[in-house]
Write a new protein. Structure first.
Length: 236
């Protein structure tokens, strides 16, 4: 536990001193909570909320690969071999600490952006779709966790940035166009509110089964990638 906390502090410091991180969260988690190509800042219609949720959710999922690269990327592994690994007692804890920092650094700004959107729209219109706001916050938070797990697993498996980007974008694109609630990530507008019967309206069980299924698959891939990375590293 002591080593995990030490690793967390180290990775927090690395992320905090990177100006690109602050630019990223301002644009993706705050500005995109208030702007899209269809609506004004304030939303009044439920379909407008769904559209805003879809646009921001898609950009978050596709762009997280760049957030992860602020800590773990191709050059990271050379640094890991020469410096980091020397002082590590538990490799798995180290990569777990990276995942936790990336998760916190994405989810907290996302939730803050959504809360500010909620409050500002409530002040402006006097009413907001609270249940849909809660569902969207939970769904996108799970998708953020799932995406980070997948991206880190790809980095540990392939190590080359170009392969990670290509494979990640291909996987997300295929999942997105599948239009299947069990595997779609991010969710499409049809799944959110198709003819008023979408899963953000009905809160159907398949929505939650799908989120659990996706994060479980990527978590297993993440665990397998760490185990494989450690085994290969120890054999060198």
């Amino acid at each position: 536990m002591e080593e995990l906390i030490k690793n967390l502090k180290c990775n927090i410091y690395c992320l905090k001193r990177n100006k690109i991180y602050y630019i990223y969260i301002i644009i993706v988690f705050f500005l995109l909570a208030f702007f899209d190509q269809k609506n004004n800042i304030f939303l009044t219609d439920l379909n407008d909320y769904f559209f805003r949720y879809i646009v921001q959710g898609c950009i978050i999922v596709f762009s997280l690969v760049f957030l992860v690269s602020l800590i773990i990327k191709e050059s990271f592994f050379s640094f890991f071999d020469s410096i980091i690994s020397i002082n590590l007692k538990n490799f798995k804890n180290y990569f777990l600490s990276i995942f936790l920092i990336l998760l916190i650094s994405a989810i907290i700004p996302f939730i803050l952006g959504q809360v500010i959107l909620y409050i500002s729209n409530y002040i402006h219109s006097g009413t907001v779709p609270t249940k849909h706001f809660i569902v969207n916050t939970i769904v996108v938070s799970i998708e953020i966790a799932s995406s980070i797990l997948l991206i880190m697993a790809l980095h540990l498996t392939f190590k080359k940035d170009i392969w990670v980007y290509i494979i990640y974008f291909m996987i997300v694109f295929v999942l997105m166009i599948s239009n299947n609630v069990y595997i779609s990530m991010p969710l499409s507008i049809n799944l959110l509110a198709a003819d008023g019967q979408g899963y953000y309206v009905t809160f159907g069980l398949p929505l939650w089964i799908g989120r659990i299924f996706i994060i479980s698959i990527f978590a297993m891939f993440f665990n397998y990638s760490i185990t494989r990375f450690i085994r290969k590293y120890e054999e060198q």
